[in-house]
Design a protein around this ligand. Structure first.
Ligand SMILES: CC(C)(COP(=O)(O)OP(=O)(O)OC[C@H]1O[C@@H](n2cnc3c(N)ncnc32)[C@H](O)[C@@H]1OP(=O)(O)O)[C@@H](O)C(=O)NCCC(=O)NCCS
Length: 388
């Protein structure tokens, strides 16, 4: 058995494994040539020359509140051949992927799990709460501002991206999308137009929504983001004007979204789920970047347990203030003890440090250090509106 980075020559084997695991044997191999796939790198377990399991890393940039953008490894394509399952092969690929991400400077990682429990054992923990609204079109109201909504054209895409970037500074977890991701979202598809609407019609952009496809019974908005109440009212009113074509719209929003302040109705459905699973790959790198970006005064010593990434498993002294942070191994007695999954949740801000303590997931030996840790991780909540 050999665990190694997957090379160009292995791609036909990767295709076979992915087809079996995710495509029910489908032979469409277009995704291999997709630039997003080609930007990934992967690790595989081989028995002789035969690939048995793999895990891939997609390179992303992730907004983490304010101006902070961190390199993030998105885990994808985790698969093991049915005849090799249960031998720990996928777990080995995941642990090797952690080393790979650390070496690339990807201090954090997220993934969209088939099972929360499977990745939890490897240190990824649920982060963020996502709301999915389902709103009957007839429950919405048009309003005077709706007259000031207009369709976007290609020349508006830069303003949409700029609004998204400003909005992203208020959350931890939104992807800093590249050109290809924006094109995928805003351009017309081969067989369908994409509809993007903006408010206001002239002047600085305050809100947009965008969708493609959908049905009369339910149409999913790919994104609906507003930075002013007027934009929210205006765009809800625009949706209301689809009443004869679409009876229900659904879209995703962060946990602190204020839809109910604009529209309170018994028939509005809200489904809440965790956003994703997140993990700190490199404790020192991630906490240093976070602490320096916040400027909060704090000092604490924390013992971190991380069975899958031994470089994190030690006692760390964390000191932050005036735009600087140091995170260094320490021989002092720790004031706090935590596992990597919960520390990752602290970094993403949801669940909060206090919620984790109430759930018995942080061991506190020193109250003052707990308060310092709470101050250190205070910041915007977590949300992401992309998946992979
Ligand atoms: C999921 C998958 C990658 C696991 O591969 P594997 O090599 O068997 O995994 P490992 O050997 O590293 O881990 C197996 C362990 O995970 C556990 N496990 C398997 N499925 C699980 C689940 N749904 N929830 C919790 N644990 C699970 C097994 O019980 C086993 O634990 P044990 O060693 O204590 O018995 C493999 O089953 C697969 O390819 N599935 C199809 C593709 C897929 O769904 N991939 C995940 C995409 S997010």
């Amino acid at each position: 058995m050999e665990l190694r980075r997957i090379a160009e020559d292995d791609l036909s084997q990767v295709f076979g494994l992915i087809s079996q695991a995710f495509m029910r044997g489908g032979k469409d191999d277009g995704w291999i040539r997709d630039p997003a796939t080609q930007a990934m790198h992967a690790y595989g377990v081989f028995e002789g020359a035969t690939l048995k399991a793999q895990a891939a890393i997609a390179p992303y940039q992730c907004h983490m509140g304010g101006d902070l953008v961190m390199k993030m490894g998105g885990i994808a394509g985790v698969a093991c051949h049915p005849t090799a399952r249960g031998k720990g092969y996928a777990g080995m690929c995941m642990r090797r992927a952690l080393e790979g991400m650390r070496d690339e400077g990807q201090t954090i990682s997220t993934l969209f799990p088939f099972s929360w429990a499977y990745y939890r054992r490897l240190g990824w923990a649920w982060v963020g709460e996502k709301r999915r609204y389902g709103v009957p079109t007839s429950a919405m109201q048009s309003c005077p501002e709706t007259r000031d909504v207009r369709p976007a054209d290609e020349a508006d895409h830069a303003a949409v991206r700029d609004l998204y970037t400003r909005f992203s500074a208020g959350y931890r977890g939104l992807i800093a999308r590249d050109e290809a991701q924006w094109k995928q979202m805003l351009d017309h598809a081969e067989k369908e137009f994409t509809y993007t609407y903006l408010y206001p019609a002239a002047g600085p952009l305050e809100g947009y929504l965008t969708y493609r496809g959908g049905s009369r019974d339910n149409t999913h908005l790919r994104e609906f983001i507003c930075q002013t109440p007027a934009a929210k009212r205006a765009l809800l009113g625009l949706l209301r004007r689809h009443d004869m074509q679409v009876s229900r719209f659904e879209w995703d929003a962060p946990a602190d979204d204020d839809l109910r302040c604009h529209l309170c109705h018994w028939d509005v459905e809200t489904r809440t789920t965790p956003c994703t699973q997140g993990r700190i790959v490199d404790v020192a790198g991630a906490l240093r970047a976070w602490g320096a970006s916040r400027g909060t005064e704090a000092a604490f010593v924390v013992r971190v347990a991380d069975a899958s990434a031994p470089w994190n498993e030690m006692t760390w002294a964390v000191t932050a203030g005036s735009g600087e942070a140091t995170v260094a191994p320490s021989a002092s007695e720790p004031g706090l003890e935590i596992e990597i999954g919960e520390l990752s949740q602290c970094l993403y801000g949801a669940p909060t440090v206090c919620q984790l303590r109430r759930a018995g997931l942080i061991t506190v030996h020193d109250e003052a250090q707990f308060e310092a840790m709470e101050r250190f991780f205070a910041g915007p909540t977590m949300w992401t509106n992309d998946s992979f």
